[in-house]
Design a protein around this ligand. Sequence first.
Ligand code: HEC
Ligand code: HEC
Ligand code: HEC
Length: 395
Amino acid sequence: MRSLILIAALLGVSLPAVASQGEYLARVGDCTACHTSADGAFMAGGVAFDTPLGKIYSTNITPDKENGIGAYTFEDFDRAMRQGIGREGQALYPAMPYTSYARLTEVDMRGLYDYFMKEVQPQPVANRDNDIPWPLSMRWPLRIWQWLFHDTDEYVANTDKSAAYNRGAYLVQGLGHCGACHTPRGWAMQELAMDEGDERYLAGAELDGWYASDLRSLNIEAAELQSLMRTGRSKDFSVSGPMADVISHSSQYFTQEDLTGLAEYLLANSRVPKSARASAPPTEPDPQAQRLYASYCSVCHGNEGQGVDYVVPALVGNPTVISDNPSSLLQVLLKGSHSPRTLEHMGYAMPGYGWTLDDGQLAGLANYLRSQWGNQATRVNAGEVASLRSTQRAH
Ligand code: HEC
Ligand code: HEC
Ligand code: HEC
């Protein structure tokens, strides 16, 4: 076995890390991210989600007959996944991304069902009651929400496009539920668009103090995008916030075919890259920020922000650095960066500076990165750093 792994490593191929097609589908859908709590049993639920009305908890989806979904027929499961209706007829909160899972084919839905029924261990863990007071706890308004905003149709292939493009679209819009984080939401928390026909789809959204990047202006080669999804690292960039969990639980397991499709779909729908857009002329470096960069950062990121391939990300042209929304950049400066540990990447780390640099210094540093070496992005102010810092304390 050892030599097999060695040979696989030398050939640059990865050994199949998942046992069955159903398990693969569950990985792509990242069910465990929401249905396995930090110290709880696999898929036994209990993960808290904040909604405007109060906290709700994910449910036990192991095949336990009493507490889980063991009594669900395939039709019950399909209805929950596609329509957001539970076995007792109750409407489910859209924290469960059935708005995306509705796109699944019946074959994949059956594959998932079989996996949960036959391969997941039943767990006798009771569901937690939601912390929403009556009358807000009534679920009928969710039916109205679903009627207004939820489209239950399966994915329809775009016949003008290649098979790879369609595979990518199916994964991104469906099981991968990328839009749940990357698409901005409207007044009722609905995703503003569900496919590429609308330019708001995947156009970036605020998420727990991070910014789920704009995936409609990716400026990256297909192979590098695949590497980012598989390892959390590309040659020049890294991923460290909520996306790091998506990669370690889910996208690191994507097959090469699925990664190819995903990159083809995303890049085909990317607009003019940000660096090609006109913006304010570069400013003179602020001497204080320049000194901070030289004493705290340049040892790793280099004097010109060039980084070290595959180890230390470049800051030049870095989407985290130049994003219109600076939240993820400020999070990294405050808390540091930890790319995910995956089969192919050990995960490096960068310390945070929130404990030693004040809001003004961090804003200065952010503006320095956003205006040097050809980077051009809007200015950040100390108030934005202060507000992210306070949301971190509240957690
Ligand atoms: C982003 C978080 C999230 C993800 C990802 C997610 N779920 Fe859920 N799921 C929830 C929440 C929250 C609920 C409870 C909703 C409610 O009570 O209204 C739920 C409820 C369910 C239910 C209804 C269970 C019941 O007790 O009636 C099923 C079935 C289910 N999920 C299956 C899945 C499967 C299968 C996957 C992966 C393909 C998955 N979920 C992925 C958050 C998620
Ligand atoms: C749980 C929320 C969540 C989900 C689901 C999610 N993402 Fe992300 N993603 C983020 C956040 C937040 C960031 C940016 C900050 C970070 O985490 O590093 C990000 C960053 C990225 C980046 C890096 C972009 C850049 O400019 O460097 C790519 C590419 C990406 N996501 C693609 C995807 C794809 C494709 C999917 C679906 C398969 C997906 N994401 C699903 C939250 C999510
Ligand atoms: C000890 C080496 C080291 C130092 C010092 C350091 N960094 Fe980093 N930095 C890294 C590494 C490594 C990563 C990628 C982390 C990972 O893979 O998890 C990173 C990530 C980043 C990112 C996110 C990049 C992306 O692609 O999303 C930014 C922005 C950043 N660093 C800026 C800074 C700034 C500004 C300083 C000084 C205040 C600094 N770093 C100091 C090593 C360092």
